[in-house]
Every structure is written in structure tokens, then in C-alpha cells.
Design a protein around this ligand. Structure first.
Ligand code: AMP
Length: 284
């Protein structure tokens, strides 16, 4: 059973009408849903009485030359996918969709506050997209505030985003448990992404360099080979924006004696930047 809300006041009324003993799961998205998003929602449905999925293409996380205007907006299709999932799970649990019709619902005129997370926002994606994470943390904080979830679901696909939101939850003592859901991939191993549809067939094949390289580095890490060789060799290809092995918890590059590592990469094919990562636990 899906309920759809298009304004902030409607979702606030809905949320505030819920008994305090019911658990709420939140799945923030920008829509154009695929199996990756649906796996977040599935986890939320399984683990909560009520799941709220938000669909909002957040302007503040796009840079001036990025794809905000052309980002795929497919609300009707998204709602169909959510309904199909609800039917498939034959769950009597409630699902609410918050899909604001206008940016003003989130950013009213003269909105001027920003949530900003220390140095983590300046590395990796943040180096290339300097305003991106302020936009992400601000909108996620606001969605947390509106929906007051007990559990929030994010995809491992955006690994730095997960670390940053986890840090925001910790620093601001938000009473929310964060759940990081594994990456959904297509049959060839490419991480699903709304931006994959910008790629031609040839570019889709090229994109496989991303997961293949991450896997090669993972093998080097696990077999105690010098993974720096693998990184340096891969980086001969100028399409890499970054390719690094970092501490999985802090994203620090001092990984000596660190047990859990993450291999993160961003690979750019013409105008399309693709992200992927692999976490390798208990290395030592
Ligand atoms: P987006 O709509 O791209 O902002 O993504 C919304 C949420 O879905 C984020 O938490 C993403 O990390 C997550 N997500 C996107 N793609 C995938 C994927 N392939 N597998 C798992 N989660 C994903």
C-alpha cells in the first residue's frame, strides 16, 4: 500500500500522525529508480513498520556545470517499480513516497543554512565536486528532520557519502541507525547507476574497466602483492579521476596496520563520471 506525498506539509502531517512505537525507515533517492535503489527499499520494508522513500533531485549537490537539468526524472515509472516491489513482497507494511513537486518544498525562498562535514567533504569526490557534499549533508539532514526515521538506508555504491553521513549522525548525535546496502551490479559487474543510461553501448563496455580494475587491486591486496603497482599501471589510463586504497572507516590514506580497506575509484567516460568501490575486510 503506497501513499504519495508531494508537499512537505503533507509528509510532516503523515509522519506526525504515526504512533511512537512504529519504526520508520528512510530511503533517500533522486529517483529514476533501478534495482540498487529497490534493494535499499526492500531492506527498509523488511526492517521497519513504515518505509518512506524520498524522490528529489537535489539542486544543491550539483555543481554549475553538472547534469542537474538533464538528470532523468521518471516519477511515474518510479512509482510503478515501488508498487511492483510492494506487491512482490506481499507485505502489508506501509510505504510512503515523498516526491516534492517543487524545490521550494525543501529550499524555501531565502533558505541559507548549510550542514558541512569537516575535511571528509574535500577529498575524493569533494576534490572534483567542491560543493557536492554540503548539498548532500544539508538535504539529508533536512529529510531526516522531516521524516524522523529510526533507520536510514544508503547504498555502498556512494561510499564516501556513507562515511560522511555516518559522521554527521555521530557528530550531531542524531538518533538514527545507518544501514549500508551492498552495491547492485548488472550481469557484467558494472554498478547500477542512473547515469549509466548516458553511456552508449561502446562506452558501457569501456566502463567495465572500473569494476575490473577494482577487482584486480583487491586481488593484489589479498595476495599481499604491491597494489601500488596495479594502481600505477591502471592510472596510465587518463579516464581515472581517482583510484585509491584507503582505510574503510575513516577514508584516511595511512593504511599501515589497518584491517579494513576500501578500494575507491571514479572513472570518467566523456561527460559521464562513474563511481565504484570494493571493501576488503580483515586484511591483516
Ligand atoms: P541516488 O538516487 O543516485 O542519489 O541514489 C540513492 C541511493 O541509492 C543512494 O544511497 C545510493 O548510494 C543508492 N544506490 C545507487 N546506486 C546503487 C547501486 N547500484 N547499488 C546499491 N545502492 C545504490
Amino acid at each position: 500500500m503506497i501513499k504519495i506525498f508531494k508537499t512537505k506539509n503533507e509528509i510532516l502531517d503523515y509522519r506526525n500522525s504515526k504512533a511512537t512505537n512504529l519504526t520508520i525507515g528512510l530511503v533517500p533517492t533522486m529517483g529514476n529508480l533501478h534495482a540498487g535503489h529497490l534493494s535499499l527499499l526492500k531492506n527498509s520494508i523488511l526492517e521497519n513498520d513504515i518505509s518512506i522513500i524520498t524522490i528529489f533531485v537535489n539542486p544543491t549537490q550539483f555543481g554549475p556545470n553538472e547534469d542537474f537539468n538533464s538528470y532523468p526524472r521518471t516519477l511515474d515509472h518510479d512509482l510503478t517499480l515501488i508498487e511492483e516491489l510492494a506487491l512482490k513482497m506481499s507485505s502489508a507494511k506501509e510505504i510512503a513516497v515523498f516526491a516534492p513537486t517543487s524545490n521550494d518544498e525543501i529550499y524555501p525562498e531565502n533558505f541559507s543554512t548549510s550542514i558541512s562535514i569537516g575535511p571528509l567533504k574535500n577529498i575524493l569526490e569533494g576534490k572534483i565536486r567542491p560543493t557536492h557534499f554540503d548539498g548532500v549533508t544539508t538535504v539529508v539532514f533536512k529529510l531526516f528532520h522531516i521524516t524522523k526515521p529510526h533507520n536510514a538506508y544508503f547504498g555502498q555504491k556512494d561510499y564516501q557519502q556513507c562515511v560522511i553521513i555516518q559522521k554527521m549522525i555521530l557528530d550531531l548525535e542524531l538518533p538514527i541507525s545507518m544501514h549500508i546496502i551492498p552495491i547492485s551490479r548488472n550481469a557484467d559487474g558494472l554498478a547500477l547507476s542512473s547515469r549509466n543510461q548516458y553511456l552508449t553501448d561502446t562506452e558501457m563496455k569501456m566502463a567495465l574497466t572500473l569494476p575490473k580494475t577494482l577487482n584486480a587491486i583487491k586481488d593484489a591486496v589479498l595476495n599481499n602483492r604491491d597494489f601500488l603497482d596495479a594502481i600505477n599501471e591502471a592510472k596510465q589510463d587518463p579516464r581515472w579521476d581517482y583510484l585509491e586504497v584507503l582505510d574503510a572507516h575513516t577514508l584516511n590514506d595511512d593504511i599501515e596496520n589497518k584491517k579494513d580497506l576500501v578500494i575507491v575509484g571514479a572513472y570518467k567516460i566523456n561527460q559521464t563520471r562513474l563511481l565504484d568501490n570494493i571493501v576488503v575486510k580483515n586484511v591483516r
